[in-house]
Design a protein around this ligand. Structure first.
Ligand SMILES: Nc1ncnc2c1ncn2[C@@H]1O[C@H](COP(=O)(O)OP(=O)(O)OP(=O)(O)O)[C@@H](O)[C@H]1O
Ligand SMILES: [Mg+2]
Length: 246
């Protein structure tokens, strides 16, 4: 196993409010890490700090053993971490294809025909190729999410961070989005704030965040056996909401 990411004593304060309290963990290459916890517990802030969309107050982030801020160039580190936001962050004035093409051309300097070809390939994978000409306003929540997923995975970054939308999708859309993610997650290291039972159950590790701290970690079976917060969340949130998934 190869350590790809290491988070050391991460702290994030917003003014007087300590949102992340001394978070440390390691991620092996190829692992899927699932982060769960109640609303406001600090999940999005943690992932935003890992991608330096928020500046950590203190602590260290190591990528392949080297400090992401001081030993890696920010641009290089950024190219290694792809992110799908809770709010998707698609450009409203551009259609699905353009949203995917933009970063490829501007950041990766890929020419338009190649970028479009690649974008279509990824839109196809998430079942959105037919909507290539549609703008975000013309798409449903699940469709926007799938475009954002295609765009993030197009970066070919070894690490992908997914902040799944909490907005309830209908069962059919959920299954499609899930399949798209499962497909693309192969061969990547993934940190996902998950709201879908299948993602959580299949994760290599689940971190339960409470009040800015990791309070439980392990896989589904281990955490069920622990009969703590995960078990309670699982019984309350997932079991009742996703009974159809078994
Ligand atoms: N930019 C900010 N400025 C001030 N406070 C913030 C900021 N971003 C987040 N917070 C606060 O940090 C806490 C954690 O927020 P965060 O978005 O990380 O929660 P979360 O676990 O992702 O919740 P949810 O499940 O609802 O998405 C909240 O109390 C929130 O109000
Ligand atoms: Mg969040």
């Amino acid at each position: 196993m190869e350590k790809i990411l290491e988070i050391k004593s991460l702290v994030k304060n917003f003014g007087d409010h300590q949102v992340l309290r001394d978070i440390s963990f390691q991620v092996e290459k190829g692992e899927v890490i699932c982060i769960i916890g109640s609303s406001g517990s600090g999940k999005s802030t943690l992932l935003r700090c890992i991608n330096f969309l928020e500046q950590p107050t203190s602590g260290e982030i190591l990528y392949h053993g080297k400090n992401a801020e001081t030993e890696w160039k920010r641009t290089v580190y950024h190219s290694k971490v792809g992110m799908v936001f809770q709010s998707f962050n698609l450009f409203g004035n551009m259609n699905a294809l353009e949203n995917c093409v933009l970063g490829q051309m501007q950041v990766l300097k890929i020419n338009r025909p190649d970028a479009e070809k690649k974008a279509l390939h990824y839109l196809e994978k998430v079942g959105m190729a037919a909507y290539r000409g549609a703008r975000p306003a013309q798409l449903s929540g699940g469709q926007k999410q799938r475009v954002a997923i295609a765009r993030a995975f197009m970066k070919n970054a070894p690490i992908v961070i997914l902040d799944e939308a909490t907005s309830a999708l209908d069962n059919k859309s959920e299954a499609v989005v899930q399949q798209a993610i499962d497909n693309l997650m192969k061969d990547r290291t993934v940190l996902v704030i998950a709201h879908r039972l299948s993602t959580v159950k299949n994760a290599d590790k689940i971190f339960v965040i409470n009040n800015g701290q990791i309070v439980e970690q392990g896989n589904h079976d281990e955490l069920i056996a622990l009969n703590g917060e995960y078990a309670a969340l699982y019984n309350m949130q997932f079991k009742t909401k996703h009974q159809h998934e078994g």
